[in-house]
Design a binder for this molecule. Structure first.
Ligand SMILES: [Zn+2]
Length: 181
């Protein structure tokens, strides 16, 4: 008879270890982001204010892309840090120039995202504008295997098509049209 005893401790342990590894990796990324930002501010003779560093920290603690309003909310609610909208916009521009943040234009929606250490693809529905983010390890391997003489820090890939909901709706509409013929 096959042994059916499961080892919940083993699987939990693996999950915990993966989470710890991810946390350590994230804190290392945040640390280098801070260093890059400091260098950038010094080089460009910009003031190194606590507000600017708090915004950087907020951006690097957020998962995936966000709108300015979400960033403001995250700063206020989770970090108890109040900054003006103007300061956020100004700092985001600095972070974009320092190659620490990337700007996405999804239809009419403007979104931002940390880019250091990010290897993401965005599936964009051309009908309703829904954006789904995916992280694909296999794809990262393929990309890194095919680039030479180039030091890759991050990438962002856009995949355009129809989300499941819009695809189903289109199929139903087509079926209706064909029936009426
Ligand atoms: Zn859609």
């Amino acid at each position: 008879m096959a042994c059916t005893v499961e080892n919940p401790c083993g699987s939990t342990g693996t999950i915990a270890l993966t989470a710890i590894r991810k946390m350590m990796e994230n804190s290392k990324i945040a640390e280098s982001a801070e260093q890059i930002f400091t260098d950038y501010l010094k080089e460009n003779r910009c003031r190194r204010t606590p507000e600017r560093y708090a915004i950087l920290e907020a951006v690097y603690s957020m998962d995936g892309s966000f709108e300015i309003e979400e960033l403001l909310g995250h700063l206020e609610e989770n970090m108890k840090f109040r900054v003006s909208r103007a300061t956020v916009y100004n700092t985001i521009s600095l972070l974009i120039n320092a190659n620490l943040v990337v700007h996405h234009q999804f239809g009419t929606v403007s979104k931002y995202e940390k880019c250091l250490g990010t290897k993401k693809s965005h599936m964009v529905c051309t009908k309703c504008g829904k954006v789904t983010e995916i992280e694909n390890t296999d794809l990262t391997e393929t990309i890194t295997a095919n680039i030479k003489k180039f030091h890759l820090t991050h990438y962002s890939l856009y995949l355009y098509g129809l989300c499941n909901k819009c695809h189903q709706a289109m199929r139903r509409r087509r079926a209706r049209i064909n029936k009426d013929k």
